[in-house]
Design a protein around this ligand. Sequence first.
Ligand SMILES: CC(C)(COP(=O)(O)OP(=O)(O)OC[C@H]1O[C@@H](n2cnc3c(N)ncnc32)[C@H](O)[C@@H]1OP(=O)(O)O)[C@@H](O)C(=O)NCCC(=O)NCCS
Length: 173
Amino acid sequence: MTPDGSRVRIRDATTADLSQLLVIEQVCFRTDRLTKRSLARLIRSPSADIFVGCIEDRLVGMCVVLYRKGAKVGRIYSLATLPAARGEGLGGAMLAESERRALRRGLVEIRLEARATDVGVVEFYLRHGYESEGHVAKYYQDGEDALRFRKSLFAPRSPGVEASTAPAEITSR
Ligand SMILES: CC(C)(COP(=O)(O)OP(=O)(O)OC[C@H]1O[C@@H](n2cnc3c(N)ncnc32)[C@H](O)[C@@H]1OP(=O)(O)O)[C@@H](O)C(=O)NCCC(=O)NCCS
């Protein structure tokens, strides 16, 4: 347990985590999976955050957030918890951590995509304050559509955010 009594702990990913990150990719995503090489590159990259979620010291979740130079928008590329560890708050904790990290970088908004057919995941993002912006047809490698989401990191949304942030063309899942 952490000092505050929580079973959930979040820390930066390291190269020692690569095998377990690959397991999470394989188990949690049907297509568009990150390879070991791309995960290793993300760990070294200054324009990404990749962190892991542990429950009682078992590494069971991961999150990848991508940033683009000059853009005020961060993009969650990947957020996953192994099925046996779901429903314990880790996904929500990692989502909150990605928002904190984006804020620390001075960003104003987070965007992401989720499978339109994945009702549980779509509801998860809606519950956490993400707004749906609509469908992206055939977004995934298997031809499924995505729903695009955004969340302003400020409430109410700062005027001018739309104009000042051209969409960062980094894809996410
Ligand atoms: C989306 C995802 C990361 C959520 O992870 P999680 O650790 O289960 O997240 P949480 O425990 O914080 O929240 C899950 C919600 O489902 C509910 N839930 C209850 N039992 C659950 C269970 N057995 N499994 C999943 N969710 C459950 C929780 O109560 C919670 O509801 P809340 O938000 O109202 O509190 C996880 O479902 C996942 O990895 N999905 C596959 C990968 C994916 O599609 N990622 C998103 C696109 S990148």
